[in-house]
Structures are given as structure tokens and as C-alpha cells.
Design a binder for this molecule. Structure first.
Ligand code: IVH
Length: 694
């Protein structure tokens, strides 16, 4: 944000008009970043300051209020991809209070509007303001009919299927229910679930979220509800839209109904009768804020009596009867001393700011995340800069602002490395991706352990009795650094080296080497899969094996495909289901000499069998499209898929009209329902095993 130094009172009309124009554009951009892309680029406090400034200028120059004024809008238009839902009662926003005086002024305004005396108490609810994503869920005759995001306030996205996956939100309402009721609330993710999700995403090279709110929003707005179902989402409810056939006297009574129907309401909600009591609750909650399991960004005060709410009504985008008393984010200024690049287990290069240690809200902070290359460029963050950092709850501190006025004269823009700091291999960035990745793969110490674990895993080399723990220990002790080392371990005096180790009796050493020897012959598809080439999972590995037939043919073709004009590259691209991006990952793998060296070393130790097309003439599922869903108890997913394919079936990830058979285990959800709706044959895992003969 650029600091606007002219006080609103001193603005000329011309200055005011031009600033309103800039603010309209700027706020609209931030609205889109926040609501549509779930990726805000400024802090909430900075955003609120922009809006406040806009409102203040408009208040002084009402005739300059623009037709596209931010004060007329809430949020941002819905993203495409979801069906749209019109809200029968608009989902509005709240005005903000930032200080005790603002709260007192809010209550004063109400009193004046209602023509009440200063000594007449106005009862309010004080509710924690959950930092999540608001939703509206419509229940007809007690049954969930449709659910939507807020969108732009009048039209949101249809997220009914996704809302159904949230366990704390009922599908049916219990007890006395109105004919129609739209329940409004906030979907959120707890801080610990957020940390867990990010760790899992990081491990599989998926999207890592900046904070719990973005994680909740990103998880709720998935076109595939199966993904939402896997995400740990929770909800609190606090309001309503359309209601038919029921009335309440107070907000408090309404909250009790929510509770009786089975909705989660926030237990820290209180009834208060004075500004002092409101501030006391606000301060109490503020003290506990860091320790709460979820993020809050303020306290919402609402006039408790609904008849008074009705009289008070709305001003532009917010009710007169409620306001949000915001907490300030915990911020501090410090110097960014260095930018380090960390290499994740999947090869992602992540920049980390090393800071001059500074106390932020009671916690000493010396590192902050810089997210990625683009983020550094966009904010023009440089080594030596004075920066404002922010800590919110458990979230990793972030650099929110660069104080360019304090920038050293000789500072230079940061150049993101194009070589991996851990191994020196090229670090490349693919079209459309934000992350730069190390291409070192197996030779990169930052990635090697994970790659080795993959190499020996069940669907790859499947070396019996050789688990993740052993890989880690052997790697640390430099017994195995690259895959071929596994097969040369015995030759290299592995026996004597293992004899001295705890847990390695002679018998287990014999077993290990026997297990390794049994895998010296391997199928081409398993071999390709084991290499852990980016985007090359079991299905792609199988396609490769099918298309090229032998290891030598495959290797030759992949090396030749480096030339994009070559027939080899064309052939690769022409394989059905191999897109350009997978083809590029394959070519890239072979373009690195260290990878070719590994293949060479492996080929000396192994026999890679040619691909044999399975004889599926007697298979009951040859040519059929099969979908597996729910928990399989006998087979692993990978095994089920591989077996079905070897019997000539095609395994699909979702149910459609083309599906021939659905194998459903316990816990099957939307796919099972869909199959039933489409009249597709559904069998249990046992029935399926009987069908395919064991
Ligand atoms: S009442 C017309 N109550 O804050 C009144 N909102 O800044 C609408 N929020 O859009 C909202 N906790 O997403 C209300 N206890 C609470 C809330 C709450 C969080 C969110 C909600 C709203 C936004 C307004």
C-alpha cells in the first residue's frame, strides 16, 4: 500500500476524485484476490485501512461517490466452474470498529437512531468473528436443499455437495423446524488441521496454503467434493437469510434454536449490556486469541432484540445493528538480513527470509516465509530491506510490506537462483507453475531419501522387510545414496557393515540380501514407476511400458525425444493420455546426465523384463470401465488397479454413464450414490474378487 499522507480534511476536490478512482480499482483487485482466488496479497488490516480511507473521502465529498464505489459492493463475483446460486436474502458484510471509541460511537449511533436515552441499556451479543469463509445453507422441510458461498453478496457458488461433506453440519434438522430456513455461518479449519494439511500437501508436492482461512476456502471451493471430503473442515453458524414459518425475539434465542437443530454455535458468545462489558469481552477474547484452536479476527456485536434490528435496518452494504470490532494483526518492523533457499522433499525451492530477530506479540521471530519467486519479485523484496512482518495465530510469519524509503542505496533486486543450492542441478520452472524445482532428483541430498523410499516401496521394487526407517538409517550412514547402491551393497562389504548394527542379526541380514536378490529381475512398468519421475505414476509407467516394450527401446526413445522436432518426441506426445507436460518431465529427466548415469548403473545390476501384453481373452472385465471407491480391505488401491488393468479393464477415477462396474468398500460416498443414480452395477470387494477369480 502506498501511504496517503494528505489528511482527508485537507484534500482538494480534484485530489479526492482521483484518489477515489485509484481506491476503487485497488480495492476491486484485492477483492478478487481474496474472494475469487483465495490468495490475498495484502493483510486484512491494510485492506481495511483502504476501505476506511475510501469511506472517509466519500463522507466528505458525497457527490464524488463513484458508480463503481467499493462501498457499494461486497466481496467479488463468483469464480467460474460452479453453478450460480441467487441468494434470496443478500449476504451482507459488517462495518468495522478498530478502537474503543469506534465501539462507543457504534452504540451511540444506535441509541440516536432509536431515540433512546443514554441510561437505557441496549443488550448485544458479543460473538467471536471466525476468520473463515461464509456460507448459506438452505433447508426445506428440515432437509438441506442447497448451499452457496457468499460470492458478491447477491449471487454465490453452488457448493451443496461440498457442504454435505462437513460432518458438523447436519443434512437433516431435528425437532421443530420451519418450512424454509437459510442458515448462515462460517466454514473454517483449525490451526492444527491447517498445519497437518500443509505438511501433507508439501510431502506430495501439492498446493501449500498461506493460512487457515485460505486453506478452508481452497478446500471448500473444490469442483470435486471428494477432495473437500478429505479436508478437515468445520463450521460455526450464527445467522439466517430467508425464513418461512418461524420467528424469534432475539439473536440469542435464534442461536439456541441453531443449537437444538444440531448446528455448531460458538461457545464463547456472550450477552452484554454496556460498552464497558463489550470491551471487556473483546479484551478477554483477545488475550485468549493465540490459544484458541481456530483463527479469529475480531468480535462481532449484534443488537440482541430482533424488533430493534428491524427498525435499525441497513446502510449500504452493512447492517446498522451490528459491527465487527477487529483485532490488529501482530506486526513489527525489522531488517531482512538474508534470503535462504530451502529444498523440499519433492525438490521445490522455497525462499525463506532470515530476519534480524524481533519480538512480535510476545514471540521472537527470526524467519519468515517468502512463498515463492513471484512473490519476491512482486513485492520487490531485497536483502537489506527494512520490512514489516506479521504474525497471525500459529501461521508462519509473513513479510507484508517493504519500507522502500529505508532501502540502502546500493541494494539490488533479488535474483532467484536457477541452480539447486543443495546439489547444483538445474532448477526449472514449468509453464503455469509458481514453484521452481530442482531437477537433481536422486542425486540431490534434499530429495534422495524420499526418492529412495519410493524406489523400494510396495508398487515399485517392493523389497521385503526394507522399510522407510532402514532407508533413512542407511542413507545417513552413507551405505546407500543412490538406487543402484542397493544392489551393490553386498559386494561393497555390506554384510560386515550391517553386522555391527543394532537389530541386524545374521538371519535378518541373510533375509535382506535374499529379498534384494529376488528383485534383480523386474517388470518394465514397475521399473519405470520406481524411478520417481515427476508426474509418472503407475498408470503412466504402464503406458510407457506398453508403448516401448523394452527398457533399451524406452531409454533410447526418451534420450532422442530431447529434440522437440524429432519423431521420438512426436511419438511420445502421440501416446494417448500422455500430455505435453508429462512428456516434458520425461524428457527433462533424461536430459540430466546424473539420471542417465543412474539408469546405466541400474542396468548393470538388473534384468528389466520386456512388457508382455496380458492375455485377457478369458477375463470377465476385459474392456470394461471399473471404478473403485470407499475403503478396500483385501487389496490396496494400487494393487486393485494394477490387477484390473492386467485383466484388460480400464480403471477410472470417477463415475459416469460410461462406467461398467463400481467396486464399493465401506465408507463409499458420492461415487456410490452417483452409480446408484445412474443404475450402474455395484459390487462389494468380496464379490469383485469372486468375479475375477480370487
Ligand atoms: S454476521 C449482516 N457474525 O464476517 C451480518 N459474521 O466481515 C453478516 N463472520 O460476512 C454477518 N463471524 O463471513 C457475523 N459471528 C459472526 C461472524 C461473522 C464471522 C464473518 C462473515 C461476514 C464477515 C463480515
Amino acid at each position: 500500500m502506498t501511504l496517503r499522507k494528505v489528511a482527508v480534511a485537507d484534500l482538494t476536490e480534484k485530489q479526492a476524485a482521483s484518489e477515489l478512482k485509484v481506491l476503487a480499482t485497488e480495492i476491486a483487485l484485492h477483492d478478487s484476490a481474496y474472494h475469487r482466488d483465495d490468495a490475498p496479497t495484502i493483510s486484512d488490516a491494510t485492506y481495511d485501512a483502504l476501505r476506511k480511507r475510501n469511506d472517509a473521502i466519500e463522507a466528505r465529498f458525497p457527490e464524488l461517490k463513484r458508480s463503481d464505489s467499493p462501498s457499494k459492493k461486497v466481496g467479488s463475483a463468483p469464480a467460474t466452474g460452479f453453478k450460480k446460486v441467487q441468494h434470496s436474502v443478500p449476504m451482507l458484510s459488517l462495518g468495522n470498529a478498530f478502537s474503543d471509541e469506534d465501539v462507543a460511537a457504534f452504540v451511540d449511533r444506535i441509541r440516536r437512531f432509536l431515540d433512546m436515552d443514554a441510561d437505557q441499556a441496549i443488550e448485544m451479543t458479543a460473538e467471536p468473528k471466525i476468520d473463515g469463509l461464509s456460507f448459506s445453507a438452505r433447508y426445506e422441510k428440515g432437509r438441506l436443499a442447497v448451499a452457496a458461498t457468499r460470492g458478491d453478496g447477491s449471487e454465490g457458488e453452488d457448493i451443496t455437495a461440498n457442504i454435505r461433506t462437513i460432518k458438523s453440519l447436519p443434512d437433516f434438522l431435528m425437532g421443530d423446524v420451519p418450512k424454509v430456513i437459510e442458515i448462515r455461518g462460517e466454514v473454517y479449519m483449525t490451526k492444527s488441521d491447517f498445519a497437518g494439511l500443509n505438511a501433507a500437501q508439501e510431502a506430495k508436492g501439492g498446493k501449500v496454503f498461506a493460512n487457515p482461512r485460505n486453506a478452508a476456502a481452497g478446500s471448500l471451493r473444490q469442483l470435486d467434493p471428494a477432495i473437500t471430503a478429505e479436508r478437515p473442515l468445520k463450521a460455526f453458524t450464527y445467522g439466517w437469510g430467508e425464513v418461512q414459518g418461524m420467528e424469534w425475539k432475539t439473536q440469542w434465542d435464534f442461536l439456541q434454536s441453531l443449537k437444538a437443530w444440531g448446528f455448531p454455535i460458538n461457545s464463547r458468545t456472550k450477552l452484554v449490556k454496556s460498552v464497558e462489558a463489550m470491551l471487556k469481552e473483546y479484551n478477554k477474547l483477545g488475550e485468549d486469541r493465540a490459544g484458541l484452536p481456530y483463527d479469529i479476527d475480531g468480535m462481532v456485536y449484534k443488537v440482541n432484540r430482533l424488533d430493534l434490528q428491524k427498525r435499525l435496518g441497513f446502510v449500504s452494504r452493512a447492517p446498522r445493528w451490528a459491527t465487527a470490532h477487529k483485532y490488529s494483526a501482530e506486526r513489527a518492523e525489522t531488517v531482512l538480513e538474508n534470503i535462504d533457499i530451502q529444498v523440499g522433499r519433492t525438490g521445490t525451492l522455497t525462499p525463506v527470509a532470515r530476519l534480524k530477530p524481533v519480538n512480535v506479540g510476545g514471540v521472537v521471530v527470526s524467519n519468515a516465509t517468502l512463498h515463492n519467486e513471484d512473490e519476491i519479485a512482486r513485492k520487490d523484496i531485497r536483502v537489506g530491506d527494512h520490512v514489516i512482518i506479521q504474525r497471525a495465530g500459529d501461521v508462519i510469519p509473513q513479510v507484508v510490506e517493504v519500507l522502500t524509503a529505508k532501502r540502502p542505496r546500493d541494494s539490488k533486486p533479488y535474483r532467484f537462483p536457477t541452480k539447486c543450492p543443495a546439489c547444483g542441478s538445474h532448477a526449472v520452472r514449468e509453464d503455469g507453475e509458481v514453484a521452481r524445482r530442482c531437477t537433481g532428483g536422486l542425486i540431490c541430498p534434499a530429495q534422495a531419501v524420499e526418492r529412495l523410499k519410493h524406489f523400494v516401496s510396495r508398487n515399485a521394487f517392493d523389497i521385503e522387510g526394507f522399510g522407510e526407517k532402514n532407508i533413512e538409517a542407511f542413507f545417513t550412514d552413507q551405505l546407500i545414496e543412490s538406487p543402484a547402491d542397493l544392489f551393490t551393497l553386498e559386494k561393497r562389504g555390506g554384510r560386515t557393515k550391517l553386522e555391527g548394527r543394532e537389530g541386524w542379526a545374521e538371519k535378518s541380514i541373510d533375509n535382506l540380501f535374499a529379498a534384494i536378490d529376488r528383485r534383480r529381475t523386474i517388470s518394465l512398468e514397475r521399473f519405470i514407476y520406481a524411478l520417481g519421475i515427476r508426474q509418472v505414476g503407475q498408470a503412466t509407467a504402464r503406458l510407457m511400458a506398453q508403448a516401448y516394450g523394452s527398457f533399451s527401446a524406452w531409454r533410447k526413445a526418451m534420450i532422442a525425444a530431447k529434440d522437440k522436432e524429432s519423431g521420438a518426441y512426436q511419438d511420445l506426445n502421440n501416446i494417448e493420455q500422455i500430455g505435453e507436460s508429462v512428456a516434458d518431465d520425461l524428457v527433462e529427466f533424461f536430459a540430466e546426465k546424473h539420471n542417465r548415469d543412474i539408469l546405466e548403473a541400474l542396468s548393470k545390476e538388473l534384468t528389466v523384463e520386456d512388457f508382455l501384453a496380458p492375455d485377457t481373452s478369458a477375463s470377465p472385465i476385459a474392456g470394461k470401465i471399473v471404478v473403485f471407491t470407499g475403503t478396500l480391505e483385501v487389496m490396496s488401491r494400487g494393487e486393485a488397479k494394477a490387477r484390473a488393468q492386467s485383466l484388460g479393464a480400464k480403471v477410472a477415477g470417477s463415475v459416469s454413464k460410461k462406467t461398467d462396474l463400481v467396486v464399493a468398500g465401506p465408507g463409499a460416498g458420492s461415487k456410490l450414490k452417483e452409480a446408484e443414480a445412474l443404475g450402474i452395477k455395484v459390487v462389494t470387494e468380496q464379490e469383485y474378487l469372486a468375479l475375477i477369480g480370487g
